[in-house]
Design a protein around this ligand. Sequence first.
Ligand code: SF4
Length: 337
Amino acid sequence: MNLLKDYFELENILNIEQYRISQIKSWAFKKKITDISKMSDLPKTFRENLNLEFHVLELDSYTPSKDSTKYVFKTKDGYFIESVLIKEKDHFTLCVSTQIGCAVGCKFCVSALNGLVRNLGFDEIVDQYFYISKKENIFIRNIVFMGMGEPLANFEHLKKACFIFLKEFGLSKRHLTISTSGYTNYIRKLKSDSFMNSLNLAISLNATFDELRQHLMPNVMGSLKELIKELSNYPLAPRRRITIEYVLIDGVNDSLEDTKRLFNILKALKHKIKLNLIPYNPNPFIDFKRPKEKNVYAFQEYLLKNDISCTIRWSKGLETGAACGNLSYKKMISSDL
Ligand code: SF4
């Protein structure tokens, strides 16, 4: 029996009162204690007979750097997934994977190099957070579903995982962010789910015309026009905005013409969005270059001047291979997946 894997059936499986299950969850998830013998408010004989595991992932390795740590986990069926803990000024953020590999096939992303292997279960999504917060003995305030995989392609498991993050770890909806490549049918599904659409949303845009977007993100379905239409009536809580992510790649999508086109695409949404520019993180497997700093700033300046809220995210974790679009390649490419 496993606390995460069997989370939704514990009462039936264990055949004990609900309050005992709540006590066990509180020890594990809130106090981060998984040694049953230390769960002092449970009767001794009950503890002795309780055969319960707490994790579904095994930590393979971790690589710390100044402001982030990359963790590589091994799943029960022998695949590797990665998570990145980022130290912000006053809190921690965890970038979590939702699939093994990815089917979207973004040309700038190493996670896509082997295609999709499988979805992660809700237990595997939650365990990345549970394992790391326990190991480091910290409260991780923010989760971004921005690791390996397209989170909305794994909608039901993502939803269950988010439910557990709120209920057991006390996280707030406004600190969970779904980062999607923006299939229009996934966005429609998200809009119709009142729990999921109350989380933060980030859309990976990356191009200012359909041909280039199709080239950079080959398996994304739906045109830019359709995507913007879906976002125009996205249900947003007061003062919340959709984040638009735009990976800037040298000579591909970082020209002044691109900036102008981007403004034209986004101007109708300008009070609903904030734009995040992400200078591309080079890696040995993909032949794209990081944009020149002056181009990045010129790109931002034009949009700011035209009243589009726009920040630059100089990725953390670059030196550990943990930056955006870099997840998993070292292990996966060298394995037989
Ligand atoms: S950037 Fe995200 S959606 Fe695109 S291939 Fe990589 S993991 Fe998948």
